[in-house]
Design a protein around this ligand. Structure first.
Ligand SMILES: [Zn+2]
Length: 256
């Protein structure tokens, strides 16, 4: 496959994904954003298979059943009612990205940092030359606005339609861990461009996709990714740009 802005892309089928060894700084993804936007919500890899490729990540679950966060190798499902659950490892995911998290030294974050300022700070901390990056932030938030989506049944509607019925709630003040990735706009048909963050409350009372937040203080650990390995379900193609969603369509999905 083509090499776009320094991010080496490798397409794999199911058998190839099963043989693909986890490697430091290599992110592993199930399916593509374009396929998810299109309504491909049926689960592909099991969470047990997914976590063989990485111990930190984000995604969703079979039938678009909530937001997925992977932290220290544990999978957490944030349901549309705002509660967190440990899904069965046999549950399948239609879209997720993980990495064997090997971060640099912890970087202190002094708040208050609204989401935009936090993202700018994370950009400044990104390892030089890394086209993509995984992050873990542990800290205290004054507040956070989270969202999740209710489980869908076939025939699946496009994500833009489903997102209109997303659940949005506020939490905080709260101790939490935030995990996520930053991908370049050049691969916007494959992954959400910019920072895409999911939150887990430290007491596991709630979690979800981060729409907004104010971080009071915390610590960031970043891990630059040089390659993205993609497990592609049958019929799903991996074009970084072509035929992919427009920036506007993504913004509609990723914001409240
Ligand atoms: Zn998300």
């Amino acid at each position: 496959m083509s090499v776009d802005p320094g991010l080496a892309l490798v397409a794999l089928d199911r058998a190839g994904a099963a043989r693909d060894p986890a490697a430091a700084h290599v992110a592993f993804q199930v399916s593509t954003l374009a396929a998810l936007l299109d309504g491909r919500y049926e689960g592909e890899l099991t969470l047990a298979e997914l976590t063989r490729h990485g111990d930190l990540g984000i995604g969703t679950l079979d039938g678009l059943d909530g937001e997925l966060a992977v932290l220290d190798g544990e999978c957490w499902q944030a349901r549309a009612d705002g509660t967190l659950h440990r899904p069965d490892p046999a549950t399948r995911t239609p879209f997720a990205v993980v990495v064997p998290f090997t971060p640099g030294p912890p970087e202190p974050l002094a708040g208050p940092l609204p989401l935009e300022a936090l993202c700018a700070r994370l950009d400044a901390l990104r390892p030089a030359g890394a086209p993509a990056c995984a992050v873990r932030v542990d800290g205290r938030l004054a507040r956070a606005r989270l969202r999740s989506v209710p489980r869908q049944s076939p025939p699946y509607r496009p994500l833009a339609e489903v997102a209109r019925h997303q659940a949005v709630w506020e939490t905080g003040p709260v101790e939490a861990t935030i995990v996520g990735f930053r991908f370049p706009a050049a691969v916007q048909a494959l992954e959400v461009p910019g920072w895409h963050l999911h939150l887990l409350a430290a007491d596991r009372s709630t979690g979800g996709h981060v729409l907004d937040l104010v971080l009071e203080r915390g610590t960031a650990r970043l891990d630059g990714s040089s390659a993205l390995h993609l497990e592609l379900p049958p019929g799903v193609v991996a074009e970084a740009r072509g035929g992919g969603p427009t920036a506007d369509a993504i913004r509609r999905i990723e914001q409240g």
